[in-house]
Design a protein around this ligand. Structure first.
Ligand code: ATP
Length: 212
């Protein structure tokens, strides 16, 4: 689905050759500051290579409209923004930006269940804990229904049990709905258990698949 050819981004990240497969789970591991977030940002065209090329379904990303691309490839950042307002507003804000019709409350409640957030749609979002905010933001991305999910440590504020449930839910989505997941995680256990491919970034260099 993605192919990296001699890619560099400034002196931050170097990816000589790499494939990311459609319909699979690819996990990115590496030390803090090694370049994992930069890798995800290249995939959804938030930044562009300063050298080399990235192909998406065979087309150079430089030839693809950035906004159209981000509708197909959604990035959930490490510290997602939670907007003023209630849970419903926060779930639907992405759809509103995209000019898409708003879903029924039943669908929104189903999304909250999938991200294991036991809150009412009308309750305020700013009093949520860090981990609850993470799950709310994941719910927002699920509603956008992209082809590719780029999740940057989506469970960093969650306990192990909830983390497992959330990753399990995402893995199910990949299997049943043919989605593609690229996941940054610090958990080697999660990486080992769920990944089809594990990629390690070491000091800004990403040389392909590793076996943990
Ligand atoms: N646009 C940029 N220009 C220059 N340097 C950058 C840019 N973006 C990030 N960096 C630097 O590149 C390095 C890698 O950053 P990145 O956020 O990709 O790391 P990371 O592996 O995701 O870290 P963490 O696990 O702590 O989130 C950092 O030292 C960061 O300061």
């Amino acid at each position: 689905m993605f192919e990296f050819i001699d890619v560099k981004f400034r002196n931050v990240l170097e990816v000589p050759k790499l494939f990311i497969e459609k319909g699979k789970i690819t996990t990115i591991v590496g030390a803090s500051g090694s370049g994992k977030t930069t890798f995800l940002k290249l995939l959804n065209k938030m930044i562009s290579p300063t050298q080399g090329r990235i192909l998406f379904m065979g087309t150079d990303l430089s030839q693809i409209d950035s906004i159209a691309h981000r509708r197909r490839v959604s990035l959930l950042s490490q510290n997602p923004v939670i907007f003023e307002g209630n849970i419903r507003d926060n779930l639907t804000i992405g759809l509103k930006f995209q000019g898409k019709p708003l879903p029924s409350d039943d669908l929104l409640i189903d999304i909250l269940e999938r991200v294991r957030l036991q809150k009412q749609l009308n309750s305020s979002a700013d009093t949520l804990s860090g981990g609850e905010k993470q799950r709310l933001a994941l719910g927002r991305v699920l509603l956008l229904n992209p082809d590719v999910y780029l999740l940057d440590e989506p469970c960093s504020a969650l306990d192990e049990v909830t983390e497992e449930l959330i990753i399990e839910m995402m893995a199910d989505l990949v299997k049943k709905n043919g989605k593609t997941l690229v996941l940054v995680t610090h958990s080697k256990a999660i990486a080992k258990h769920y990944s089809d491919t594990i990629i390690e970034v070491i000091d800004g260099k990403c040389s392909g698949e590793v076996h943990l």
